[in-house]
Design a protein around this ligand. Structure first.
Ligand SMILES: [Zn+2]
Length: 378
């Protein structure tokens, strides 16, 4: 971390501690700690083979679906505390035969994957069609390694993949493209991803899927607040701009993306041109019946409230009076509170850096205070 309070790590998105929304700061730091701990375990323990990075989201999702006893079994296996019959035999505690099928046990994957007596109880019959040797060692032991970024390779990449000749059916099950059409499409996807990563001077093969996606959606520049002209007319009594924000895949934390858009019905560029803020913040499309503006919302993480707020900022970045229509209660309540305080001359200066989405609320506050009249929100 430098004097600018930005944490920089190789192949990781920058963490700007000063400008990162308050609610994401703890998670961002904890993830760095978690990854460092996983790397240390990866270097010092051998039972799981190579892992590189653990997908904590998958591990948490699995654990949360298990009962208390099953959780303990899962921990017992994934932490390497599990001793198989062969290991127990070496200290004289076992005959080396499986207690269920009485076959000779050669490693820990027997009871987890290869024991016929246990396999007949599998609820997911698909697993019986997959040889354990087709899976990375860590996956065999229940440790979810992070997804690889290459579309032409299996889910966890070639690096973790055992040197086993795979049948096409197995290749498909572990995520590798099968057939010339799928392989060509996958190689094209790789080129698209590499083209995007070129802007950051990074190589796709050095990154996993999380790193690639987070780097692509990280903010390239610091916050930029452009205030429209001071607006003297009062806000119209009817809505003249509609805002909407959307946050996709919120449960897939590292892969979630969002966007904000506004719709100005009946607005014409000739009579109501774009402000500098609108030009800087968004793409626009003018049509006969109005103007649409939209912008992607990136950054370390986000939420639907954050995108709704960004859309609100886009709306008040226009010159002239605005009467915003939004379907986000959180945004409407927050904006009305700020406008109410400003209308009563109350100088509310909350510590924006310690407020959820404070970076965007501060932008809204400054734009409302320095430019707009106090109008109603709906
Ligand atoms: Zn067995």
């Amino acid at each position: 971390m430098g004097a600018d309070l930005v944490i920089r790590q190789a192949n990781e998105p920058r963490i700007d501690m000063w400008n990162l929304p308050w609610q994401h700061l703890k998670r961002a730091i904890f993830e760095i700690v978690g990854r460092t701990r996983a790397k240390k375990v990866d270097n010092e323990r051998t039972y799981h083979g190579e892992v590189c990075e653990i997908d904590n989201r998958v591990a948490t999702a699995v654990v949360n679906k298990l009962g208390m006893h099953e959780r303990n079994v899962f921990r017992y296996i994934t932490s390497g505390a599990f001793w198989n019959e062969m290991q127990l035999q070496s200290i004289g505690w076992s005959t080396g035969l499986c207690q269920h099928c009485e076959e000779q046990v050669s490693d820990s994957t027997h009871v987890l994957w290869s024991c016929p007596s246990i396999n007949q109880h599998h609820k997911c019959a698909l697993l019986n069609k997959l040889r354990p040797s087709a899976l990375p060692k860590c996956i065999q032991l229940g440790i979810p390694a992070a997804l690889g970024s290459s579309f032409t390779q299996p889910f966890r990449g070639h690096a973790l993949q055992p040197a086993t000749e795979l049948e096409p059916r197995e290749s498909k099950l572990i995520g590798a493209p099968v057939g010339s059409t799928a392989s060509y499409a996958a190689s094209c996807d790789n080129k698209v991803l590499q083209g995007l990563l070129d802007e950051d001077g990074l190589r796709q093969e050095a990154l996993n899927a999380r790193q690639s996606f987070q780097i692509l959606k990280q903010l390239k520049s610091g916050p930029c607040i452009i205030i429209p002209y001071i607006c003297h007319p009062a806000a119209p009594s009817t809505i003249n701009v509609y805002t909407y924000g959307s946050w996709k895949f919120p449960l897939r934390f590292h892969f979630s993306v969002g966007g904000a858009g506004v719709w100005w019905p009946l607005r014409k560029l000739k009579g109501h041109p774009l402000s500098e803020g609108e030009q800087q913040l968004a793409h626009h499309k003018a049509s006969e019946d109005g103007i649409r503006l939209c912008t992607p919302i990136g950054g370390y993480a986000g939420s639907s409230t954050r995108t709704e707020l960004a859309a609100g900022i886009l709306a008040i970045s226009a010159h002239g009076p605005v009467h915003i229509g939004s379907d986000s209660q959180v945004f409407v309540d927050g904006a009305n509170q700020i406008l109410s305080d400003l209308g009563q001359g109350i100088e509310t200066h909350p510590n924006w850096k310690l407020t959820a989405d404070g970076d965007l609320w501060e932008h809204f506050y400054i734009a409302a205070k320095e430019s707009k009249g106090i109008g109603p929100f709906a």
